[in-house]
Design a protein around this ligand. Structure first.
Ligand SMILES: [Cu+2]
Length: 148
């Protein structure tokens, strides 16, 4: 009887959730499967409000995930070197991410959560950051081109 009650509660709670929040991994890599070096992989990620994005240092080289820009009302983050950081996405919009150590080498990522409400602001911030890069200056632009 107890098992039946537990099973019922489990089914009821799963049904009430509707869409289940996902945990999405973005890897921080020195050499990525797409032949890029010093890069987030993938550089563009689409998520829903309520999802968690975890930045995972796949190869250790001092990689650090920090937010360059977050949508209005969202909380910025600053990860530690070579340490995973999980960010719960509570606000819609575009998040720009850089690796503190390799940002001038174009180690950047874009996370889109829901609608891109701050796309214009994100484009401006990305262009300003890209102007300071020595290599891979087009990565932010390539990632932002995938925003829909
Ligand atoms: Cu890095």
């Amino acid at each position: 009887m107890k098992t039946l009650k537990t099973a019922f509660l489990l089914v009821a709670s799963v049904l009430s959730l509707g869409s289940v929040a996902a945990n999405i991994e973005v890897r921080m890599m020195t050499a990525a499967p797409d032949k890029q070096s010093l890069t987030f992989y993938p550089i563009y990620t689409k998520a829903k409000v309520g999802d968690t994005v975890t930045f995972v240092p796949e190869q250790k080289a001092g990689h650090t995930s920090i937010s360059l820009l977050v949508p209005p009302g969202a909380v910025p983050w600053q990860g530690k070197a070579d340490t995973p950081v999980s960010v719960k996405m509570t606000k819609e919009g575009i998040y720009l991410v850089v690796c503190q150590v390799h940002r001038t080498m174009g180690m950047v990522a874009v996370v889109q959560v829901g609608k891109p409400v701050n796309l214009e602001e994100a484009r401006k911030a990305a262009a300003a950051e890209s102007a300071k890069m020595a290599i891979n200056k087009d990565r932010f632009e390539k990632a932002l081109a995938q925003v829909k």
